[in-house]
Ligand binder design. Structure first.
Ligand code: GUN
Length: 301
């Protein structure tokens, strides 16, 4: 391997330490930042995420409010809870864990969250603010990628970036953030022609498609930076006891990309840990904005 490893775990620890330091400052001004997380149903992966979010929220000195609702909860009841959280001055950030059960319209719920408390950055107002270069709440995963890229490159100005994937949660906001930092940005997707050759023009490749190991070393320009947002669980043979073995891989084929890239994020331990760290950063930012306090430097876009 020739690429430098971008250690998201270490990076996230630094972000959390900075958030904790700033939480102390904000508390001294009389406010405790609070994050409310709403989980509807019993999806096991979501339950793990929510537990981790709650734990890390408390570890940085913030208040954590968890609302676990049964899968049968009606859309009206969920909207009523969101309205209550919107009106609660102790709550500065609200996150409704996705996916929600099929009988609930996720867009309706996301758009019911007060944009100032929308720490996911999914509300249509925040999408519009980001797209027009105004002060917004920015989705956590792309924000984490941006923070790592800024530290690694210093300036992104004039660099060619290809974002592979056009989701509302990662691909599109990632492209907006790179553009805001004056990179030249292309979004590639399943219909893109000659995607390999396109990626080979990039100084930065961000892969966010949810397809295991799709991006291989021959897609990468020598020395380029590869940010792998994918988290895919794939089969990896059988264990000694005959049970199936699985492993986590990204959207990039790590070994071949790492032979060519200048820097690369691993999976696990790359982008993943940055997502919750940025959620904490967004909660702190929302709290500062709501209370007219100075925003911490280096924790926002
Ligand atoms: N489910 C998986 N990731 C996320 C996330 O970042 N935000 C929300 N709200 N739900 C998720």
């Amino acid at each position: 391997m020739t690429a430098t490893l971008i250690d998201g775990k270490a990076f996230a620890a630094k972000v959390r330490a900075k958030v904790a330091e700033e939480v102390t400052r904000v508390k001294a001004a009389g406010v405790t930042p609070g994050l409310a997380v709403v989980l509807v149903g019993e999806d096991p992966a979501s339950a793990v995420y929510v537990r981790n979010k709650g734990k890390q929220t408390v570890e940085v000195g913030m208040e954590s409010f968890e609302h676990k609702l049964p899968a049968e909860t009606s859309e009206a009841d969920l909207l009523a809870l969101i309205a209550k959280l919107n009106a609660d001055p102790a709550v500065h950030g609200i996150l409704c864990q996705l996916p929600v059960p099929d009988h609930i319209d996720a867009d309706k719920v996301l758009d019911a969250i007060d944009p100032a408390k929308d720490v996911d950055g999914f509300h249509i107002s925040n999408v519009g603010l980001l797209g027009t270069g105004q002060k917004a709440m920015v989705p956590c995963t792309p924000l984490g990628c941006l923070m790592m890229l800024r530290v690694h490159h210093g300036s992104l100005s004039g660099l060619n970036a290809v974002v592979v994937g056009r989701s509302n949660i990662v691909g599109k906001p990632m492209a907006q953030l790179l553009l805001r930092d004056s990179a030249t940005v292309t979004i590639a997707h399943s219909r893109t022609k000659e995607i390999e050759a396109l990626c080979r023009t990039a100084d930065i490749v961000v892969a966010a498609v949810g397809r295991p190991e799709m991006v291989t070393g021959d897609w990468i320009k020598p020395g380029a930076t590869v940010i792998d947002v994918g988290i895919n669980r794939i089969d990896a043979g059988v264990k000694d006891d005959g049970s199936p073995r699985t492993k986590l891989v990204g959207d990039c084929h790590f070994d071949s990309c790492a032979e060519v890239a200048g820097a690369i994020t691993p999976v696990p331990g790359g982008v993943g840990p940055m997502t919750i760290a940025c959620l904490l950063a967004n909660t702190l930012t929302a709290c500062c904005r709501a209370n007219g306090l100075d925003e911490p430097e280096g924790l926002t876009a």
